[in-house]
Design a protein around this ligand. Structure first.
Ligand code: SF4
Length: 287
């Protein structure tokens, strides 16, 4: 009988950081989600929607309450509705917005709190983000990549001693810690069972990942090893600010590769809200 041959992996591999920088971004996978070359975040439209809402003086209680009722019904808000809420200044309406936000939170999550432990697997990175100590331009940084034995030791403490069941595994962006490494660390985290102080056998039930955007083929590999959530930090959606913080000759400097590849209009409302919340706040992340 013939032994079936394994399906060859479609994960691309890279010989060095500079090879990775040159070849990692796959233009076809960007173009596929930009119909007609148009990005789902239309900055001109966002600014115009915000100015229209500002000019309309967003303190009309009837209109605001209509939008809040829609929120309470857990319906997605349109960009115009989000812009209207952003411009509310009336203290009573602001209070109604706060109580609505709490009601929405309770309706979706109730009082459930989910705890997860961050586990930094590596701090190698090919990028030079202006706000990050992992930047490859930071020569002071001591570089580390956890071995599988070290991952097990960490699980021993996080699951065995502290009692965590969920991880957020964090990786810099580098060929030495690309998809093969991420998959191996996830497998190791799931398979390493330890004894709790009460003698029970415990382990990690869900490994979420915080890493750089990956090609579709690589995401399939992570799905196969049972990843929880794949999380990509986006410190700002505002192109000019993004360009200031992420040098253009880096992988992360490629805004269209970085941003979620989608065309849904509701994302514009979310983006507008994210601008409003993040433009003045401190930026910090990994990958
Ligand atoms: S923020 Fe992420 S991508 Fe940028 S330098 Fe730090 S680890 Fe690398």
């Amino acid at each position: 009988m013939q032994t079936p041959t394994a399906t060859p992996s479609k994960i691309r591999r890279f010989t060095s950081a500079s090879d990775y920088r040159k070849r990692f971004v796959i233009q076809e996978q960007i173009d596929k989600y930009l119909p007609g070359g148009k990005h789902y975040i239309d900055e001109g439209e966002i600014f115009s929607t915000l100015s229209t809402a500002e000019a309309a003086r967003a303190n009309d209680p009837v209109r605001i309450r209509e939008i809040l009722a829609k929120s309470r019904a857990i319906e997605t808000l349109l960009p115009e509705e989000t812009a209207t809420l952003i411009h509310v200044t009336d203290p009573d309406l602001l209070l109604e917005m706060e109580t609505t936000a709490l009601a929405v939170k309770k309706s979706v999550y109730d009082n459930r709190i989910v705890m997860f432990a961050p586990l930094y697997m590596s701090n190698l990175c090919v990028n030079r983000c202006a706000y990050c100590g992992f930047s490859c331009g930071n020569e002071e940084q001591k570089r580390r990549v956890l071995t599988m034995d070290e991952v097990k030791q960490e699980i021993g403490v996080l699951a065995g001693k502290i009692g965590h069941k969920r991880l957020i595994a964090v990786y810099g962006e580098h060929p030495d810690t690309s998809t093969d490494y991420i998959a191996e660390t996830i497998r190791t985290a799931y398979s390493h069972l330890v004894k709790s102080p009460h003698g029970a056998v415990v382990g990690i039930r869900r490994v979420n990942v915080n890493a750089a955007p990956l090609p579709i083929e690589d995401l399939r590999v992570l799905k196969q090893v049972g990843i929880g959530t794949f999380q990509v930090f986006q410190e700002t959606y505002h192109r000019a600010t993004y360009a200031k913080l992420h040098p253009a000759d880096t992988v992360k400097g490629h805004y269209d590769w970085r941003t979620p590849r989608s065309t849904a209009r509701w994302r514009q409302a979310w983006t507008m809200w994210a601008w409003a919340c993040c433009m003045d706040s401190t930026i910090g992340s990994s990958s």
